[in-house]
Design a protein around this ligand. Sequence first.
Ligand code: NAD
Length: 364
Amino acid sequence: MDLGSGVAPLGGAVLKFIYNGLPARVVFGAGSRSQLPAELERLGAKRALLLSTPEQKDSVEKISETLGSRCAGIYDKAAMHVPLEIAEDARRVARELGADCCVTVGGGSTTGLGKAIALTSTMPILAVPTTYAGSEMTPIYGLTEGGAKKTGRDVKVLPKAVIYDPELTLSLPAALSASSGMNAIAHSVEALYAQDANPVISLMAEEGIRALAHALPLVVQEPENISFRSEALYGAWLCGIALGSAGMALHHKLCHVLGGSFNLPHAETHSIVLPHAARYNYDATRDAMARVERALGSSPAPVALFDLESRLPIPRKLSEIGLKETDLERAARIATETPYPNPRKVEYAPVLELLRNAYHGARP
Ligand code: NAD
């Protein structure tokens, strides 16, 4: 066992780790969006700017009606990967409206826009997530300029409060629910073997994987079942904590390269790459993989992840979501030039093989 990596063992070893917990206030439960006025009051916010994507404007308008004069306005232009020009426009609108708080209602794209505003102001974020992406539990932000996405970490962008209302996820289409849930599972799988892995986060990561793996096939069968939605959102919360506290490795690096340089869709890319990244790291992370296997009730972990996905309506091949076979070598080169810390050495030839397998949807 590699104690230096901080991987939490299943038992019987001497532990060595650093735990750096992040502050979080979470209000969880069906109907909990009704707590929004009280949560704004708690933050001392009097003029909240509500953020959403154009597609979710109607649902945000309904929420704004419950706020009365506490709603300064709605900005509904949030877009994937937070384009800088949209961030700057939203910052301007927030200033002009005299907003003193951002309420983000949506997935990672909307939360990301709130983070961009918080980064350059003193405004707190109150997040109301409606997907399983987990951004609301992390101090990680991203901004895209001229086609290049830059990410950073700053505790300033961590939401001061998060309202998880599973009723708001009932409208998330089955396919998006499935890929978004696998995106969350990927956070936890990597948190189990990341450089900053520690026993507290590993407990949450394992439970997050278990909850999502149980709930996602049921959500797909019955998207409007609130108890399945509730379990999935609970899992997503735990996986978000895992991402925020324990960091990332090869899998996230590959997804950032495929999203950033090849414009592949975020959640689907995570879903497709995950079993292959788990295979790449399998022999170097047996304790972490044992936890994944326990959470999924099946082994080996890469195959168990692949088989879970076979029960979900998600693409299985990078070739299906816009990558060209001629892009594989460039993707492998970019991913191996400046790798994230990873338990197994990141090398061009095996990473190319990983990508080739993900491109063809091979069983790992
Ligand atoms: P998203 O926020 O882009 O949403 C995808 C689509 O689903 C949008 O059209 C949105 O309006 C719609 N949608 C969201 N919730 C809905 C609902 N309940 N009902 C109906 N439609 C709904 O997707 P995402 O996967 O949540 O976020 C992806 C982005 O988040 C990426 O840019 C990614 O990099 C970022 N992200 C950041 C972090 C972080 O820690 N900073 C973590 C995860 C993801």
